[in-house]
Ligand binder design. Structure first.
Ligand code: NDP
Length: 290
């Protein structure tokens, strides 16, 4: 028999997880504050527990997917967590996750935290992965069951670490796509469509991660690790002036300039701190020292 699993929280994400466990043959017990959301899962074989505390009798493995960590306290306060591996895949701050790790272990359980790197329809699909952190010994027996949701990417014992990875990755995701939206809005004021611009953005995104002359991901990584930021023929001062022009272009076009303004300020702060003749990678110094 496959490992029985408990899923606490049936928002879009928790419901997708419970369905994936069910479809892969895991006996699945669910609980949700609003019980009606469990109906489609119960119809397909899940067991609905009347309370979260009672759900915990069904298995050692408890997957939690709720809006935030407060929801876990509201749901599990007073429940017997002895011997339970709570795998909380909700988002929160790293500090909150560390405190939650203590809260669970004070009650005899072990907390694994996780950051899910796909939207609900991607759960269990190729390419899905989840960053996990917490006690590795608690993860090992459940690798196979958790693997149903996506690749298990264990990043370390610190319970806050999964969320640091998740938030780092999601910030790259949001800021890159928001910059793309800014570009589309800017060009749109001159009658250029998003479809016309898309190939240029696509080739830039591909080249940034490559090894060619635009392979800045590799270059910046090496420079940041070395703490050396060669400017060569691409100084940060030149780029800060260029960022001023991006802000002016947004203002002239009458679109929002908040994103470029924040970027421009960061560049100039690094220049003012003495990195004007260094390269773009010197911006890390301004990020590290607010
Ligand atoms: P939702 O905010 O829709 O989650 C709602 C769930 O949390 C419901 O089960 C809700 O219960 C429960 N809940 C909220 N507050 C409480 C509380 N105080 N007590 C008990 N239950 C509570 O989020 P999603 O399902 O979309 O996502 C879940 C988590 O996964 C979030 O932390 C999110 O950041 C993360 N995530 C989501 C992704 C996505 O694309 N959706 C992608 C990656 C991560 P009720 O039904 O009763 O309201």
């Amino acid at each position: 028999m496959k490992t029985p699993v408990i899923v606490i929280g049936l928002g879009p994400m928790g419901a997708a997880m419970a369905r994936t466990f069910l479809e892969n043959g895991h006996p699945t017990t669910v609980w949700n504050r609003t019980p009606s959301k469990a109906a489609p899962l119960v119809k397909d074989g899940a067991t609905l527990a009347p309370t979260a505390a009672e759900a915990l009798a069904a298995s050692e493995l408890v997957v939690v997917s709720q809006t935030d960590y407060k929801a876990m306290y509201d749901s599990l306060d007073g429940a017997d967590l002895k011997g339970r591996v709570i795998v909380n895949l909700s988002s929160g701050s790293p500090g909150e996750l560390r405190r939650a790790g203590e809260w669970v272990s004070e009650r005899g359980g072990a907390l694994l935290t996780g950051g899910v790197m796909v939207p609900p329809p991607g759960i269990g699909q190729p390419g899905a992965y989840v960053f996990y952190s917490g006690p590795e010994g608690a993860l090992e027996p459940h690798r196979e069951a958790l693997g149903e949701l996506g690749d298990v990417t264990f990043v370390g014992e610190d319970p806050g670490l999964s969320m640091l990875y998740y938030q780092s990755q999601i910030y790259v995701f949001w800021s890159t796509l928001t910059a793309y939206m800014h570009a589309v809005a800017l060009l749109g004021t001159a009658g250029v469509s998003a479809q016309e611009f898309r190939p240029f953005a696509a080739s830039l995104l591909t080249e940034l991660a490559g090894d060619g002359p635009m392979g800045f991901l590799n270059q910046l990584t090496e420079e940041m690790e070395a703490g050396v930021y060669p400017g060569a023929d691409n100084t940060l001062r030149m780029q800060a002036v260029g960022a001023d022009h991006v802000v002016e272009a947004a203002r002239e076009a009458g679109i929002d300039a908040a994103g470029p303004t924040a970027l421009r300020e960061l560049f100039w702060r690094a220049v003012d701190a003495g990195h004007g003749t260094d390269g773009l990678s010197a911006v890390i110094e301004a990020v590290r020292r607010p």
